[in-house]
Design a protein around this ligand. Structure first.
Ligand code: PLP
Length: 409
């Protein structure tokens, strides 16, 4: 059974035999999202926060209401803590280019993990190079979970930023955020904590206000919203002290001939005409998931993974990366990375595609992790609310077929 009817998703309805198992890359969009975007353009299209006429007020109101809905969905009581950006990548770059650039000096250090997506890893690597600071990478245990003791050993009074992925996109493992936050606050009191929520916002009930982090970055398209919209949730006090990210329309308070002053948060960070229609679409996706219930989304996906992982490991030659014992499912979410002996992941994905099974093959924008795994790529299957047992069975069947092909049976 799926949690959400496939019929809610026009693309899945159009392709009834498609087994879409690449939701970690981008999720399919429910009809309500497409309708909301269309309604914005048909009923309220005007430049928000610009015009002194009713249509512009309507656009402004829908844009603001989207911010309230999305902030509520992610457990942020104050919608002003939500800055709209293009997605996780831009959110991460925003923090690095503002708070990061001001806060990191020569001799300081930034701590990341070996699980980070390039959006975080490369952004902070570059920030440290520019600041002549140290870039420290917390390693993994042999079972590929984060080595928390090593992580702790990297923290000190000169740690200015700690960037951690909430859920690894390549392995689907949930980070022990509460434990990590407690360690950072104790050992690195001057550090800002940036949580990469690209893979947690779609799959876990998230309460930003209770996470104890300073920033949370996410992408709308991974939770059923449109591409090109996402957000940065930040602690208000920090956002207020940060310099602007980009300059331009609507992010100013006043512009003098020589100096300008900045608008309040979040507008200080949203220069130019906002992507209001997609913000409205993203809010519709959040409402859709709220209607399903994020606790049920989580339970559904864990149940699916409990079927998917053993279905894969039962196939001769298949290795699933990361822990697969019973206790592991409490820390598994969304995605499963695996390998078939003697088969390159790209070839495997091509064979699976012939059976209508769409998975991802590649380094998943995690080359540091791939190096540690000793591979250049893995195959990855990832689920969402419209995934069900039929997808798991199709995946297992197609991998069995691929194994026979590669073994020359
Ligand atoms: N972080 C993680 C964990 C991701 O999975 C992704 C996307 O795959 C990103 C960051 C980058 O997200 P986007 O490309 O939407 O900016």
């Amino acid at each position: 059974m799926t949690l959400a009817p496939r019929a809610d998703f026009p693309l899945l309805e159009r392709h009834p035999s498609l087994h879409y198992l690449d939701s970690a890359a981008t999720a399919q969009k429910p009809r309500v999202v497409l309708d909301a975007i269309r309604a914005f353009y048909e009923e309220a299209n005007a430049n928000p926060r610009r015009g002194a006429y009713a249509l512009s007020f309507e656009a402004t109101q829908r844009y603001w209401s989207a911010r309230e809905t999305i902030a509520r969905f992610l457990g942020a009581a104050d919608p002003e803590c939500l800055v709209f950006v293009r997605g996780t990548t831009e959110a991460m770059n925003l923090v690095a280019a503002t708070a990061g650039r001001e806060g990191i000096s020569a001799g300081d250090n930034v701590v990341v993990t070996a699980l980070e997506h390039h959006a975080s890893f490369v952004t902070w690597q570059r920030a440290t190079i520019e600041a002549n600071a140290q870039f420290r990478i917390a390693e993994l245990r042999p079972d590929l979970t984060l080595d928390v003791e090593h992580f702790a050993s990297l923290l000190d009074a000169r740690t200015k930023v700690v960037a951690v992925t909430h859920v690894s996109n390549a392995l689907g493992l949930v980070s022990p955020v509460a434990e990590l936050v407690a360690l950072v606050r104790r050992r690195a009191p001057r550090a800002m904590i940036v949580l990469d929520g690209a893979q947690s916002a779609p799959h876990l009930p998230v309460q930003f206000d209770a996470l104890g982090v300073d920033f949370y970055a996410f992408s709308g398209h991974k939770l059923g919203g449109p591409m090109g919209i996402g957000g940065l949730l930040g602690r208000k006090a920090l956002l207020e002290t940060m310099p602007p990210y980009q300059t331009g329309g609507d992010m100013i308070e006043s512009v003098g001939d020589q100096v300008s002053t900045w608008n309040t948060v979040p507008f200080k960070f949203e220069a130019g005409t906002p992507n209001a229609a997609d913000a409205v679409g993203l809010a519709a996706a959040c409402e859709y998931l709220t209607g399903l219930g994020m606790a049920r989304v989580r339970a559904h996906e864990v149940a699916l993974l409990r079927a998917l992982v053993p279905a894969l490991t039962a196939i001769e030659g298949v290795t699933v990366h990361g822990p697969t014992d019973d206790a592991a499912f409490a820390m598994r979410s969304g995605a499963v990375s695996f390998e078939l002996a003697e088969a390159h992941p790209h070839d495997l994905a091509t064979i699976l595609d012939q059976a209508g099974v769409a998975i991802r093959a590649g380094h998943h924008c995690c080359q540091p992790l791939m190096r540690r795994l000793g591979v250049s790529a893995t195959a990855r299957a990832s689920v969402f609310v419209y995934s069900g047992e039929a997808d798991v069975a199709a995946l297992a069947g197609a991998v069995r077929h691929a194994r026979a092909v590669f073994a020359g049976d």
